[in-house]
Design a protein around this ligand. Structure first.
Ligand code: PLP
Length: 407
C-alpha cells in the first residue's frame, strides 16, 4: 500500500510563476539531450555574460573578514544610511536609516511587506500585466489581487479613473512597477501624481517596485514615486539585481517614507518579520554604498552604442520589420513584450506558441498570459543577449509565425 501523500497549502493552486515553470523544465530536458537553447525567460544578467561591476566586487572582497556575523534584521547600518541618503537626494520625504529594510533581493521584501500588511480577505491593486511574484505573494499572504489594466493600446500605461473605480473598502495598497516588467513602460509624472491622489483619498499604501530605476532608453525618464507621495506612506523597492547586474548576491531594499504617524504599526511589523528571518545575506550589503555612490556603470550600457541600447534597438527593428508582430517599444527595464497579430494570430495560444518555438527553434520565451493578463497573444523576451543573438532569435520567431500564418 502506498503511504498517504503529503497535503500542501491549498492556495498554492492559485499561484503561478511560469518564468521558471513547465517550459523551463522542458528546456532543461532538451538541454540534457544535447540541444543548445537560447533561453530568454529570465532577467538574469550573469547568464548573458554581464558581471557585477569590479568596484562592487572589491567592496565585498575588502570586507570579507567582516561578513560572518548576523547583522541587524533591517541590515548593516552603513548600507542603510547609504540607501537613505540616496533617497533623500531624490527628494523622498522622511527617508532615514531606521526606515530602510534590506532583504534577500526585492523578492523577499515583497513577501515580507505584504505579510506585514494583509489580513485575510484584504485586496491589493496590482498592474495587469504584473511581475507574477506580486500576485503570488498577495495570494500566499491571504490577500486577493485586483488587477488594473495597463493596456497595450494605451502604451501599457494605467488609466487612473479605472484604478479608482476598482477601489473598495477591502483594498489596502496599490502596487506600481516602474519602469515596468514585462512591458518596459515608464510612468510619466502626471500619471503618478494622479495615482498618489487616489492613494490619498482612499488611504492606501503606495508600493513602488522600482528595481529597474536606472535602466531607461532614449528620452525616457524615471520618476520616483516617493517624492510625489509626500507625507503618504510609501514603500519604495530597489536593489542590486538589475541596475548593478548582481542578482546572485540577493540584495534588495525597501524604504518606508511619508509621515511616520501615518504608517502606524507597519514599521514594527516589518522589523518583527525581518527579525524572524534574522538578517539578509551579509556580503552583498557591503557593496550597497559603492553601488549608489561609486562610479556609474549602467549609463554606458543604456546610452546609444551601449549593449542594452543596441539590443533594445534590435528588438524594435525586428518587430517593425515583421508583419506578424506589434510592439510597444520598451522605454526602460530589460524586456520586450510583443504581440502576435494578423494571420499568425488566428486561433493563437501563447503557451502553444512558446512550446512550438522551443521544440522547433530552440528558443525559450515566456507566454504573455504568465503575467496575469486576460489576452493570450503576447510573449516576453529579455533584452540581455547581445543584439546579433536577439536578431537571430527573431528570425526564428518569424519562421514559426510564418508557418502558423500559412497553416
Ligand atoms: N521586481 C521586479 C519587477 C522584478 O522584475 C524582479 C526580478 O526579476 C524582482 C522584483 C525581484 O528581484 P530580486 O529579488 O532579484 O531583487
Amino acid at each position: 500500500m502506498s503511504p498517504p501523500s503529503l497535503k500542501t497549502r491549498e492556495r498554492l493552486s492559485e499561484v503561478r510563476y511560469e518564468i521558471r515553470g513547465e517550459l523551463a523544465r522542458r528546456a532543461r530536458e532538451l538541454e540534457a539531450r544535447g540541444r543548445s537553447l537560447v533561453k530568454l525567460n529570465i532577467g538574469n544578467p550573469g547568464a548573458f555574460g554581464f558581471r557585477a561591476p569590479e568596484h562592487l566586487q572589491q567592496a565585498i572582497a575588502g570586507q570579507i573578514a567582516h561578513t560572518d556575523p548576523y547583522t541587524h534584521q533591517q541590515g548593516l547600518p552603513a548600507a542603510r544610511e547609504a540607501i537613505a541618503e540616496f533617497h533623500r537626494r531624490r527628494g523622498t520625504p522622511n527617508a532615514s536609516p531606521e526606515r530602510v529594510f534590506i532583504g534577500n533581493g526585492v523578492s523577499e521584501l515583497i513577501d515580507l511587506s505584504l505579510r506585514a500588511l494583509l489580513n485575510p480577505g484584504d485586496e491589493v491593486l496590482l498592474p495587469s500585466p504584473d511581475y507574477p511574484l506580486w500576485s503570488a505573494a498577495t495570494i500566499l499572504n491571504d490577500g486577493r489581487p485586483v488587477y488594473y489594466r495597463c493596456a497595450p493600446e494605451n502604451g501599457f500605461l494605467p488609466d487612473p479613473d479605472e484604478i479608482e473605480a476598482l477601489v473598495t473598502p477591502r483594498i489596502r495598497a496599490i502596487v506600481l512597477i516602474n519602469p515596468n516588467n514585462p512591458t518596459g513602460a515608464a510612468y510619466p509624472r502626471a500619471l503618478l501624481e494622479r495615482i498618489v491622489a487616489i492613494a490619498a483619498r482612499h488611504r492606501l499604501l503606495l508600493m513602488a517596485d522600482e528595481i529597474y530605476d536606472g535602466i531607461l532608453y532614449d528620452e525616457a525618464r524615471f520618476e520616483p514615486l516617493a517624492p510625489l507621495a509626500g507625507e503618504l506612506p510609501c514603500l519604495s523597492f530597489g536593489g542590486l539585481s538589475k541596475v548593478h547586474r548582481a542578482c546572485g548576491w540577493r540584495v534588495g531594499w525597501a524604504v518606508l517614507s511619508g509621515d511616520p504617524l501615518a504608517s502606524g504599526d507597519f514599521h514594527h511589523a516589518m522589523d518583527l518579520l525581518g527579525a524572524l528571518r534574522l538578517c539578509a545575506n551579509v556580503p552583498g550589503q557591503f557593496a550597497i554604498e559603492q553601488a549608489l555612490f561609486g562610479i556609474d556603470t549602467i549609463g554606458a550600457l543604456v546610452a546609444p552604442g551601449g549593449r542594452l541600447h543596441e539590443t533594445r534597438r534590435a528588438l524594435v527593428e525586428c518587430c517593425d520589420a515583421s508583419e506578424h508582430l506589434a510592439l510597444v517599444a520598451p522605454q526602460g527595464a530589460l524586456y520586450g513584450f510583443p504581440a502576435v497579430v494578423g494571420a499568425a494570430a488566428r486561433g493563437f495560444d501563447d503557451h502553444a506558441f512558446a512550446l512550438q518555438l522551443l521544440e522547433e527553434e530552440d528558443v525559450l520565451v515566456v507566454p504573455g498570459s504568465s503575467f496575469n493578463v486576460p489576452y493570450r497573444n503576447h510573449f516576453r523576451v529579455t533584452l540581455l543577449p547581445e543584439a546579433p543573438l536577439l536578431r537571430e532569435v527573431f528570425a526564428r520567431i518569424e519562421r514559426v509565425l510564418e508557418r502558423r500564418a500559412q497553416a
